[in-house]
Design a protein. Structure first.
Length: 116
């Protein structure tokens, strides 16, 4: 992805994103394996840094633990890979996802956390 593509993608975002300064491990919903570290999320998407490149169009199911300061809630999210980029040949990959399946309860928690 070039800088202009990155800028254009950021300009297309409709919803605010919450950057996650803490190391939040996102796990596969079924196997429990760590898929990557959460970089940011919004009410309709998320970005991960992981050790595996993912093919755009791949469907994933995640467990995402979020701490609202009072409790940790594990959101169950279904998402589609929109893009994946090698992180400067470091053996890690940036991946962007569109949320396609989330319960109304978890959607409300996510919306409250990202300020939407």
């Amino acid at each position: 992805m070039t800088i202009s593509e990155s800028t254009n993608r950021a300009d297309m975002r409709k919803n605010p994103r919450l950057d996650t300064p803490d190391q939040v491990a996102v796990r596969d919903r079924h196997s429990g394996d760590v898929v990557g570290q959460l970089v940011n999320l919004s009410v309709d998407g998320l970005m991960l840094m992981g050790s595996a490149g993912l093919e755009p169009g791949t469907l994933c199911e995640f467990r995402v633990p979020l701490d609202d300061g009072k409790q940790i809630t594990e959101l169950l999210i279904g998402a589609e890979v929109l893009w994946c980029q090698d992180a400067n040949h470091s053996g890690s990959y940036w991946s962007g996802f569109h949320i396609i399946d989330i319960s109304p309860e978890h959607q409300a928690i996510l919306a409250a956390m990202v300020g939407d």
